[in-house]
Design a protein around this ligand. Structure first.
Ligand SMILES: O=c1ccn([C@H]2C[C@H](O)[C@@H](CO)O2)c(=O)[nH]1
Ligand SMILES: [Zn+2]
Length: 296
């Protein structure tokens, strides 16, 4: 997991490569603030979607694809104007449903960074049906713009007509804009408290089963994943996948995990325990710790 920036920069427009090279001398974790985006625009002469499209090869470099070797890069624009990279992730020797798509990765990146909505998704391949359905959970299908290299910008409604979504199941809010879920745990363990906050912020309007994962590395870094449910159920993104994807975006090897914690609600409708264990065992020997909270 280490990116060879030189090769990527060499294939980019010269003005952008120069501007990026200066920025990449600092640590870079697939995120540009609105101010950094403006600097890139000014220095490269590429604006709006042209800049985002030109950045996609860099986003795709973050992918981990031991099965397909097909790297998808995506960029989500948050309401703050910040840019969030996303890339697809496959787990080695695992059934394919553990995979995270590039679009899901960019959206969860923005969500974990505190964004409440997304205006644009720019991606280097046409979003698959699963991703269109995942994005429809954001409940802004008319406003959400999808931009592809040769297709310009079109709304999600264009890509997903006759959509099935939260409203069909009586839910009026959506992913990134949902009320917090009630969950309590009495514990002085900092990792438990961190995971608890993410479980309360997780999105589970259909199963009412909040869940979050925190992965701790040997050098004390924490990577969090919140459960992101979907009205069509199968495109739901499990918390373990989101946490592993956060590690991937920061280019931290999975072998550095020293603690893995899952929090969910006692006696909840559904459980993430077995799926989380099965995902974790494909990349780590660490035993999953499970802590149950109480839903009031
Ligand atoms: O919209 C799409 C379509 C596919 N993929 C990924 C999933 C898998 O890792 C690889 C091959 O399908 O590409 C995405 O990330 N987004
Ligand atoms: Zn997809």
């Amino acid at each position: 997991m280490s990116i060879n920036y030189q090769t990527i920069l060499a294939a980019m427009p010269k003005t952008l490569a120069k501007s990026l090279a200066a920025r990449l001398e600092q640590p870079f974790y697939g995120q540009f603030t609105a101010a950094e985006r403006e600097t890139l625009e000014q220095q490269s002469g590429l604006v709006d979607h042209d800049l985002l499209l030109a950045l996609l090869p860099l986003a795709a470099e973050f992918a981990y694809t031991p099965v397909s070797g097909f790297n998808v890069g995506a960029i989500a624009v948050g309401e703050s104007g910040s840019l969030y990279f996303g890339a697809n992730m496959e787990l080695p020797q695992q059934t394919l449903f553990h995979s995270v798509h590039g679009e899901q990765s960019a959206i969860s990146h923005a969500w974990l960074a505190g964004e409440k909505s997304i205006s644009d998704i720019v991606v280097n391949a046409s979003p698959c049906g699963h991703c269109r359905q995942f994005m429809n959970e954001l409940t802004t299908p008319k406003e959400l713009q999808i931009t592809l290299p040769n297709e310009g910008s079109k709304s999600l409604s264009h890509y997903l007509p006759y959509a099935f979504g939260p409203k069909n199941l009586g839910i009026s809010y959506g992913l990134m804009s949902a009320p917090a879920l009630p969950l309590t745990i009495e514990s002085a363990d900092e990792l438990v408290q961190l995971a608890l906050g993410h479980a309360q912020a997780s999105y589970a309007p259909y199963s009412k089963s909040p869940a979050a994962v925190v992965l701790e590395t040997e050098d004390g870094q924490h990577f969090c994943g919140r459960y992101a449910e979907n009205a069509a159920f199968n495109p739901s993104l499990p918390p373990m996948q989101m946490a592993l994807n956060a590690m991937m975006l920061k280019q931290v090897p999975f072998t550095s995990i020293q603690r893995a914690l899952l929090i969910e609600a006692e006696a909840a409708e559904i459980s993430q325990v077995r799926a989380s264990k099965s995902a974790l065992t494909s990349i780590s020997n660490v035993e999953l710790e499970v802590v149950f909270g109480h839903q009031e």
